[in-house]
Design a binder for this molecule. Structure first.
Ligand code: ATP
Length: 270
């Protein structure tokens, strides 16, 4: 299933008549940083309650793509885009579309854990507080629920007032996931969330991602092909800003259609 044009997207829809809801529809997306054409005619859907992995060699546009999904790329002044991204049937590039609304629905977790220099509790309730929730009991409930969902509660429940910097790297990353969950997002974008972590912390995050996809739609950028194969349902392979192939992860890793995908997953380059 190669996805490159609007027409082929129609094919995707036809051959997948399952009751699978589309969260994002990316259509003919182009992005330039000044003269650098970083994304070229990218067309692909992102499905609800699935993990979509974005793979490809360094500099191929993975981070740019994921950051475009919550319009973070527009923070770079030289950025220009064309094409469209529909999130839940609304064009996120439309001049009347409210980017703040998008960011409350689409949370993001970065490569390096980035807790605030505050207590564990204050980190988790940061978003809800910004949204005006002040009641202590409600905030405590949100903190507990989010930390439980991020598989961190048992490790931190007796030290909620301690500074988040005292946690291990893996715990800090789960704290950042809890912080993201506290705003009750619909989609979670993860940009290489385990690349700074040890194998055991990585495994914990991978297990967590599997658990979270029951309630959220997840897009994950990863350098680690085994990780993509282990945890994702769909995989998109990017090369030099182009989406070369998008398909079920099992197909990408067992019988890819494009020779370049095969070369990449078999370690011939990248
Ligand atoms: N802020 C920026 N200003 C100018 N060019 C940029 C900027 N960010 C990225 N680029 C360029 O856009 C292209 C895609 O970069 P991007 O970071 O999206 O790739 P990537 O696949 O995520 O790479 P990596 O795996 O190394 O993180 C590269 O050529 C990069 O140099």
């Amino acid at each position: 299933m190669l996805v490159k044009t609007k027409e082929s997207l129609e094919v995707v829809k036809k051959i997948e008549p399952k009751e699978q809801k589309v969260v994002y529809n990316v259509d003919q997306l182009n992005l330039w940083y000044g003269d650098v054409h970083a994304l070229m005619n990218v067309t692909m859907p992102i499905y609800e309650n699935e993990v979509t992995a974005i793979i490809g060699p360094s500099g191929c546009g993975k981070s740019t793509f994921i950051k475009t999904l919550n319009r973070m790329t527009e923070l770079v002044p030289s950025v220009k885009t064309s094409g469209s991204i529909y999130y839940r049937d609304k064009d996120i590039f439309h001049r009347k579309y409210k980017v703040e609304e998008l960011r409350t629905k689409v949370g993001m977790v970065f490569q390096k854990p980035n807790p605030f220099p505050k207590s564990i509790f204050e980190n988790v309730v940061y978003g809800p507080k910004i949204h005006g929730i002040r009641d202590k009991k409600t905030l405590l409930e949100i903190a507990e629920k989010s930390l439980r969902r991020a598989a961190l509660w048992d490790e931190v429940k007796d030290r909620l007032k301690e500074n988040a910097y005292g946690l291990s790297g893996g715990q800090q990353q789960r704290l950042c996931i809890a912080r993201c969950l506290a705003i009750e997002p619909d989609v979670i974008l993860m940009d290489e969330p385990t690349s700074a972590l040890d194998p055991i912390s990585t495994l914990k995050i991978e297990e967590l991602v599997q658990e979270l996809k029951k309630d959220y739609s997840i897009v994950i950028v990863t350098h680690n092909m085994q990780q993509a194969a282990r945890i994702s349902d769909k995989t998109a392979f990017f090369l030099n800003g182009e989406l070369i192939e998008y398909d079920d992860t099992s197909t990408i890793f067992s019988k890819p259609h494009d020779e370049r995908t095969e070369d990449y997953i078999s370690g011939r380059f990248g």
